[in-house]
Design a protein around this ligand. Structure first.
Ligand SMILES: Cc1cc2nc3c(=O)[nH]c(=O)nc-3n(C[C@H](O)[C@H](O)[C@H](O)COP(=O)(O)OP(=O)(O)OC[C@H]3O[C@@H](n4cnc5c(N)ncnc54)[C@H](O)[C@@H]3O)c2cc1C
Length: 392
C-alpha cells in the first residue's frame, strides 16, 4: 500500500508511479529500484494478470532484425540470460532455458511411418501429420522463460528493494494547476494519478497498462498527444504429458486447416500451445479475461496439437486462457515521454514480443526517467512523439 505521505503529496521525494503490473511495468520497477528510485506499481488485478502471465515466453535474438526493434530485441535477449541468473540468486526459477526451434508444415493428422523421426531432425514426440520440418533457431539464438514466473520474480526483487504495489484501477491523471503554465505556453504537468478516483501523487507517471493504455487518451483531456492503442486477442492452452518431451519450440502451419499455432514445451514438463489471433472486444478489466475464453477456440487449438503428437493427444487441457496483445498504430513499441505533458511517460505497444523485449525496455526507460536519457538503447525510434503530428 502507498504511504500516507504519498497520498497527501507532502513528501519531497515522491515515487515514480508505474500504471500496470505486467512484464513492462515490472521490468521498469526492477531497474528503477536498482537505481534506488522509489516506485509504486498501481495494478487493478494482480501482477502478471493479463498477457504477461498468459504468454508463451519464447525469446529470439534476431527475429526482429528487419525493423527498428532489432537492437531492442538483441539487447533484451542477452539481458534475459543475465536476469535468469540474478533472479535465481534471489530464489526464483523462471524456467529460463535455451531451445532449438523448428518450423513445421502439417497436413492431416495421420501417424508418421515408424522411424520417421530418426531419419530427419524431428523429435520423436512429433509423430503425426508433419509433412515438412526446418530449423528456425538454435540454442544460440532462441530461448524461453515462463512469463508469469518471470514477471512475478521481477516484481518480487523490485519490492525487496522498496517498490510497493497499490491494488486499484488508475482512473485518471492528476494535473498541476495548468492556468499558469498554459499562460506561459508551457507543457501541462502531471502530478500523479487517480486510483479509483483518489489522488496519488508522483514525481513521474509511466503508462504501462498493455492494451488498456488506450484509456490514457481520454484521461489526457486534450492535453498533449496520444496515439490509438489497441489490443489483439489470442487463445492458449496448457497440457502436461505423462512423459517429458524434448524442449523444441515449434512454429506450426496446418496447411489443411489454414491455421498457425505454436507449441512450447517447458522444462517443468508443461506444454503451452497458442493459436492464431482471433477477435473479441477488450474487456474493461483484466479480472474479466477468464470469462472471455471461448471453448471453440480452445477445442481448435487442442485439435491442432492432437494432430501432430500422440503424447499431446493423450493430455487433458489443464488450463485454458485468452489475452490481448498491445499494439500502437505502426506496431513498433512506444517508449518515452508523452509529448506536451511534463512528467508523463508511456511504455507499451510491445505486440507479440513483450516478454522478450520487457527487460531492455525496462532498463532503457529507467535510464530515461532517472538520468534523462537512455545509454543502453537509442530510444528515439520508439518515442511517442512520432505520432504527435499525425494522431491526436
Ligand atoms: C497468446 C500470447 C502469446 C505470447 N507469446 C509471447 C512470446 O512467446 N514471447 C514474447 O516475447 N511475447 C509474447 N506475447 C506478448 C506479451 O505477452 C505481451 O507483449 C506483454 O505481456 C505485454 O506486457 P504489458 O506489461 O505491456 O501488458 P499486460 O501484460 O497486458 O499488463 C498490463 C497490466 O496493466 C493492468 N491494468 C490495465 N489497466 C489498468 C488500470 N486502469 N489501472 C491499473 N492497472 C491496469 C492489467 O491488469 C495488467 O496486469 C504473447 C502474447 C499472447 C497474447
Amino acid at each position: 500500500m502507498a504511504s500516507e505521505s504519498e497520498k497527501s503529496g507532502g513528501a519531497e521525494d515522491l515515487p515514480v508511479i508505474v500504471c500496470g503490473g505486467g512484464v513492462i511495468g515490472c521490468a521498469l520497477a526492477y531497474f528503477l529500484t536498482e537505481k534506488k528510485k522509489r516506485v509504486v506499481i498501481v495494478e487493478q488485478e494482480r501482477i502478471a494478470a493479463a498477457a504477461s502471465g498468459r504468454a508463451g515466453g519464447f525469446l529470439a535474438l534476431d527475429w526482429c532484425d528487419s525493423d527498428e526493434v532489432g537492437p531492442l530485441a538483441r539487447a533484451s535477449f542477452r539481458l534475459h540470460a543475465e536476469l535468469s541468473e540474478q533472479l535465481a540468486k534471489e530464489g526464483h526459477d523462471t524456467l529460463y532455458r535455451r531451445v532449438d526451434t523448428l518450423a513445421l508444415s502439417i497436413r492431416g493428422d495421420a501417424p508418421l511411418p515408424e522411424g520417421a523421426a530418426k531419419k530427419g531432425s524431428l523429435p520423436a514426440w512429433l509423430n503425426r501429420g508433419v509433412r515438412g520440418v526446418s530449423k528456425l533457431g538454435t540454442q544460440e539464438t532462441t530461448a524461453q522463460v515462463q512469463p508469469r514466473l518471470f514477471t512475478e520474480a521481477l516484481f518480487d526483487v523490485a519490492s525487496k528493494r522498496g517498490a510497493s504495489l497499490r491494488k486499484g484501477s488508475v482512473t485518471g491523471l492528476l494535473f498541476e494547476d495548468s492556468s499558469s503554465s498554459s499562460a506561459k505556453g508551457e507543457e501541462t504537468e502531471v502530478a500523479g494519478v487517480l486510483v479509483d478516483g483518489e489522488p496519488l501523487r508522483a514525481s513521474q507517471v509511466v503508462l504501462a497498462m498493455g492494451p488498456w493504455t488506450c484509456k490514457a487518451a481520454e484521461w489526457l483531456k486534450g492535453a498533449g498527444s496520444f496515439p490509438r492503442v489497441t489490443g489483439q486477442r489470442y487463445h492458449s492452452i496448457l497440457m502436461r504429458p505423462k512423459e517429458p518431451i524434448t524442449g523444441h519450440a515449434c512454429f506450426c502451419n496446418d496447411e489443411g486447416k489454414g491455421e498457425d499455432f505454436e507449441i512450447y514445451p517447458r522444462s517443468n514438463n508443461d506444454v503451452y500451445v497458442c493459436g492464431s489471433p482471433d477477435f473479441g472486444p477488450l474487456p474493461d478489466h483484466a479480472g474479466l479475461l477468464d470469462a472471455c475464453v471461448e471453448e471453440e477456440r480452445v477445442a481448435l487449438i487442442k485439435a491442432l496439437s492432437d494432430g501432430v503428437s500422440d503424447a499431446l493427444r493423450e493430455c487433458e487441457v489443464e488450463e485454458r486462457s485468452c489475452c490481448w496483445l498491445p499494439f500502437v498504430p505502426d506496431n513498433i513499441p512506444m517508449m518515452g515521454k508523452v509529448p506536451g505533458v511534463r512528467n508523463l511517460f508511456a511504455s507499451t505497444g510491445h505486440g507479440c514480443w513483450g516478454i522478450l523485449n520487457g527487460p531492455a525496455s525496462g532498463l532503457a526507460m529507467a535510464e530515461l526517467l532517472v538520468d534523462g536519457e537512455s545509454k543502453s538503447l537509442n530510444l528515439h525510434p520508439f518515442s511517442p512523439s512520432r505520432f504527435a503530428t499525425t494522431i491526436k
